[in-house]
Design a protein around this ligand. Structure first.
Ligand code: FE2
Length: 291
């Protein structure tokens, strides 16, 4: 049994839907697929994608991303109601949103632990991954979440990030008998925003949205605290549409996304992603050096 990972399927873009449809119906029949958020915001399409993936993989596990939390065409009172509707959908389909063990009697079993999360903006308190960017527009006018995500927490002593981190408590307190792969949609660490060979001048030249500062909406540090409390060996995440594979203080962080067709054409991510990334094999353990 192998464990594969992908994020940011964004099937509103027809080539991305086509990519899902073209995934082999026979190659992954015993395998597990991690989907680290951002299938899209249309509930019918989310269901159709999960069903298509369940036809191809033995098991699928998934956490919603920020696009799933958009309330713009369905009759949800807020994003939280939609979140719980998606969890019920997953339950009904047999998609894992809680920890599960893969390959129990194999040489290298592994626990898969989904972690819910949200980003903390710099003005929302401690834990933001914010880094100042010269010339940025702090209003986030060009960030669609700003218009479509509606939380019911206004005036309460709670942020969306706190709400989702609390949901992870029972998964974190459990005892795990084997290595753990955790995953989230959002970033758990600031360093992951940038590639290892980061050149600020080159980045500035290639920056198509100079006034947008991604670090305002990237993730939160508390997620990394949870990853470490859990004792995770490998953490998969999505959201930033840039691929990473890096070990930081003993934890391997992997981001492997499909992203937008334009990002593939512009080589921000690999132009020809043929399949999700294989990260574990229950016969051999972790897979390295695949990219
Ligand atoms: Fe995202």
């Amino acid at each position: 049994m192998r464990v594969w990972a992908i994020s940011d399927l964004h099937v509103d873009h027809p080539p991305n839907w086509e990519w899902v449809r073209r995934l082999s119906q026979s190659d992954y029949r015993e395998d597990v697929l991690i989907v680290a958020g951002d299938i899209g915001d249309d509930l019918n399409k989310i269901q159709a994608v999960l069903e298509a993936l369940l036809q191809r993989f033995a098991q699928v596990t998934y956490v919603p991303g920020n696009h799933e939390m958009w309330v713009r065409r369905e009759a949800f009172s807020d994003s939280l109601e939609k979140f719980h509707r998606i969890l019920r959908l997953c339950d009904g389909l047999g998609v894992w949103t809680t920890p599960f063990l893969v390959g129990e009697n194999h040489p290298h079993p592994v626990w898969i632990v989904p972690l819910f999360s949200w980003y903390i903006k710099p003005e929302e308190g401690e834990g933001s991954l914010f880094l100042p960017k010269p010339g940025e527009d702090p209003s986030l006018r060009m960030w669609a979440d700003h218009y479509y995500v509606k939380w019911p927490f206004d005036g309460e002593d709670m942020t969306a990030a706190q709400y989702f981190l609390q949901l992870n408590q029972s998964a974190i307190r459990r005892e795990y008998s084997h290595p753990i792969i955790s995953f989230s949609h959002f970033l758990p660490r600031q360093e992951l925003i940038f590639p290892e060979n980061f050149d600020p001048r080159e980045a500035e030249k290639r920056d198509r949205y100079p006034s947008f500062n991604f670090s305002r909406v990237a993730g939160c540090w508390q997620l990394d605290e949870q990853i470490r409390l859990l004792g995770s060996q490998l953490h998969v995440y999505g959201h930033q549409h840039r691929n990473r594979d890096r070990v930081i203080q003993g934890v391997r962080y992997i981001s492997f996304c499909l992203g937008y067709p334009g990002e593939r054409q512009n080589h921000h991510i690999h132009p020809e992603i043929l399949e999700p990334l294989c990260i574990w094999d229950t016969r051999h353990g972790p897979i390295t050096g695949t990219r």
